[in-house]
Ligand binder design. Sequence first.
Ligand code: NAD
Length: 476
Amino acid sequence: MSSINEPSFRESVDLMFNRAVSLMDLPPGLEEKIRVCNATYTVRFGVRLRGEIRTFTGYRSVHSEHMEPVKGGIRYSMGVNQDEVEALAALMTYKCALVEAPFGGSKGGLCIDPREYEEHELELITRRFAYELAKRDLINPSQNVPAPDMGTGEREMAWIADQYQRMNTTDINGKACVTGKPLNAGGIAGRVEATGRGVQYALREFFRYEEDTAKAGLSGTLDGKRVVVQGLGNVGYHAAKFLAEDDGSVITGVIERDGAIVDDTGINADELRNWIMAHGGVKGYPHGTYVEDGAKVLEQACDILIPAALEGVINLSNADRVKAPLIIEAANGPVTAGADEILRDKGCVIIPDMYANAGGVTVSYFEWVKNLSHIRFGRMQRRQEEARHQLVVDQLETLSDSLGEKWSLDPMFKEQYLRGAGELELVRSGLDDTMRTAYQSMRKVWHERDDVQDLRTAAYLVSIEKVASSYRAKGL
Ligand code: NAD
């Protein structure tokens, strides 16, 4: 896929880090302390499956413990290796700092193709992996809190939580050992959609600033913008669905493992996802045109390109042919350091991964807080809020009666105003606020500093400064 001159994923992250650090005034020792990965644990364990013992290799990497617990997803993929896990752990450190989630960075991975296993086999494997990590405090509510990533989801998180709780039967905060759990196993409303929702909120915020959209040669709103998405998994599917349904964007291309579907009239994310679930890929989908070499569609003309699958997909071998003026990195590390330079030179604006996909960790943070406080968000306030709003509505209606003017409030307004916020509304509000605030902190640096030309460098500057002040506060 990528050229042999391309640095590895971790090297790519370090190069981007170094570029930002060269614009800062950090003592060299501190710079190195922040950059390096503190520890990576490799585990090999056996599970008896189909009459034989199979050995699996997994990792949990802790990049920075300037705040604890450390946080980061667990990935199931054949591509998992130490370099990748360490790169992803580093990104988690910067991501958490940028969106002010009070965590250090971590990441885990298991070298496995989950599609090759039955559900009960995956449960055995996941529980054993969780056992190996939990017994070393690499899963622990106060030290290390995993979450879903590629190839894992709510189901795996529920197994991990249960495994931890079996091993720590008196830990009252046991559920907080992992986030991304199903609602009935201690999860939070809105976590599954969170990363895709965050991508939508990030784009909305970007389009609020004419100056910023102009830098990408775009104007107006998200309405009618042509969007190409790579990877219709958790992140890509939700981003595509919300952008089309809520903002009027048109999904003109979807790239998956076995090829791509292109359709200028718009692809329905739900229908295509159902097709993939039923048929294992996009091939044969009855609408649009099938393109066998999916990666070519990354080069298709569009307004917004959303890589939401793997790292390194936009690299030295294709960057100069990518036409999108705006790329939002829903995946981690989809653009290599070399490609980043080529795209910047072409004037392409890249909304960087550490910001773009931070919706997941943001809502994970809310879930962790919910688990520690043992109460659903909104449970105490909701009815009280509704009662106070009802008072206002009643008073207005009485007023209209007493004035002899028979006006009444719009029923839609009344319904919306009277409904108190439940957990989902509060989670979305907290996520929206987080995405807006983080964007504003990045754009301030982007616009105010002459030596900062792009959002990625701005994001690194904001987050490294935050990590550095945590270390300084600790006396390091
Ligand atoms: P997922 O497993 O739900 O989906 C990945 C999708 O990509 C699948 O549909 C898969 O078929 C597709 N895919 C795999 N290889 C591909 C290829 N070569 N070409 C095109 N498509 C391919 O994973 P996800 O959770 O949506 O994660 C996707 C990316 O987002 C990863 O980089 C992950 O680190 C990042 N991310 C995820 C979360 C989260 O909350 N899940 C949070 C932050 C970042």
